[in-house]
Design a protein around this ligand. Structure first.
Ligand SMILES: [Zn+2]
Length: 455
């Protein structure tokens, strides 16, 4: 398999189209749905595994281990909320996964009592008080680096006491840009943009797509004492030593637009502005980029081409956009497969078809010698290191549009985003779905994970 962390000798180039059975979007969606429902079955298996281990530790009166398993299990399953709901006969434990609550497991009332006592004790709540709501916090230190903090709230209900926990993972540290998982061509383009004294770098994606982490990684790399970096955020998510961070306060009229103007008067070299939402902010940010500042920001758009479209639709004149913009990074987050319980398997026919379909434009021959025999993929079965979820941590999948001189001229002369993307494809631009499939083929994530974030 080609390793994309190093430059291949021959660049991947479009090749002859393959005979691919899946030809339209509709068929793609049918196959995708089938594969995702299979994922659902696998998720249920992971719930069952977690349940088995929980019963086992509770049977041994080891409620501490049970609580650790459950907390780490939530993070592993990609959830940060654990709900304990008690009924007359049992307690149901649910987790919010991808926005909706999933029933993960059930405990008997005696088991729940044991776990609840440990939870309250660890959170420094009063054990004997069960008839008023209490708030607390516990910490789990049994993790590789750092700890996990959990905010706990209890609620007295007719059948006992319910609990809702919010899991905060502080082991999440800011990665270096090179650790973000860009293919080498994109990484080189990003470095080029970061090394410029002025210009505009935009990171785009929906809420929860890791935009802030990418910006923080870049600022961390740019952060040297001879440069002044100022941010305007909503809210400040991490504290970065050496960087001047400011938070918007809409109530007092301190918003992105007015704040950005104030920031410019602070003689900065680099400005990070949390989000561009309107023309005024876009305009001021672009002016900043044109007057010798490096401007970093985000936009709530799905892809690189949609970002160009949005900025132009906002009313930013093409001649300003074309001169200011340097690079657009569109991204999503996928969960990483746990490396302790990973296994490879031979993709089935529908998976092979869909991989060929997703990679049809860049030519699968360029990325895999094994394409004729079918692809190898990876999955994780779940172990105690990943809380039986099969996943540990997350990573980005990207689409990086580097604004070359040709593209700059195209934007200025009013070319459509479609034409611009076609030009960028000639210069190795990889679509997000292609980056995702490559990462799945390299065993970093599962194909199902990639499907679940690509639309
Ligand atoms: Zn594992």
């Amino acid at each position: 398999m080609t390793d994309f962390s190093h430059p291949p000798r021959v660049l991947p180039k479009p090749v002859e189209p393959l005979p691919i059975p899946i030809e339209n979007d509709n068929e793609f969606r049918i196959v995708k749905t089938a594969i995702l429902s299979e994922t659902h079955v696998r998720l249920e298996e992971k719930f069952a595994e977690l349940e088995r281990h929980l019963h086992k530790s509770l049977l041994a009166q080891d409620s501490e281990t049970a609580l650790i398993l459950l907390t780490k299990g939530a993070l592993g399953l990609g959830s940060s909320d654990i709900h304990y709901d008690v009924t007359e006969t049992e307690a149901e434990i649910r987790m919010r996964i991808d926005g909706s609550l999933a029933t993960v497991l059930r405990l008997s009332r005696p088991e729940y009592k044991l776990l609840l006592e440990r939870l309250k004790y660890k959170s420094e709540l009063k054990l004997n008080i069960t008839n008023i709501p209490q708030d607390g916090k516990y910490r789990i230190t049994e993790v590789a680096d750092g700890h996990i903090d959990v905010r706990v709230s209890t609620l007295p209900v007719r059948t006992g006491e319910n609990v809702v926990c919010r899991v905060l993972d502080s082991t999440k540290s800011i990665p270096k840009v090179e650790e973000l998982g860009f293919i080498w061509t994109s990484k080189r383009q990003i470095d080029k943009s970061l090394n410029k004294k002025s210009g505009m770098i935009l990171v785009t994606g929906p809420t929860g797509s890791g935009k802030t982490t990418t910006l923080y990684s870049m600022m961390q790399d740019l952060n040297i004492p001879t440069r002044k970096i100022i941010t305007l955020e909503d809210p400040i998510e991490y504290e970065l030593p050496g960087i001047v961070q400011s938070e918007v306060n809409e109530k007092n009229g301190y918003n992105f637009h007015s704040g950005l103007k104030a920031l410019m008067r602070q003689d900065p070299d680099i400005i990070m502005i949390g989000e561009i939402r309107d023309l005024e902010t876009a305009n001021t940010a672009a002016q900043g980029a044109l007057t010798g500042h490096l401007v970093l920001s985000t936009l709530h758009t799905k892809s690189a081409s949609e970002t160009l479209e949005r900025l132009l639709n906002m009313g930013l004149p093409p001649y300003i956009l074309s001169s200011a913009i340097d690079i657009i990074i569109a991204q999503r987050l996928v969960r990483r497969l746990c490396t302790h319980c990973i296994e490879t398997y031979q993709a089935d026919e529908s998976q092979n078809d869909i991989i060929r379909w997703m990679m049809r434009d860049i030519g699968i021959e360029a990325v895999s010698k094994a394409h004729k025999r079918g692809f190898k993929l990876s999955r994780s079965t779940g172990c105690d290191r990943c809380g039986y979820s099969g996943y540990k941590g997350r990573m980005g999948i990207y689409e990086v549009l580097y604004v070359s001189d040709t593209i700059r001229a195209m934007i200025r002369s009013g070319a459509s985003p479609v034409e611009i993307m076609a030009e960028a494809r000639k210069n190795d631009l990889m679509l997000m779905r292609e980056d995702g499939v490559l990462k799945a083929m390299r065993g970093k994530t599962s194909l199902e994970e990639v499907f679940s974030v690509i639309d």
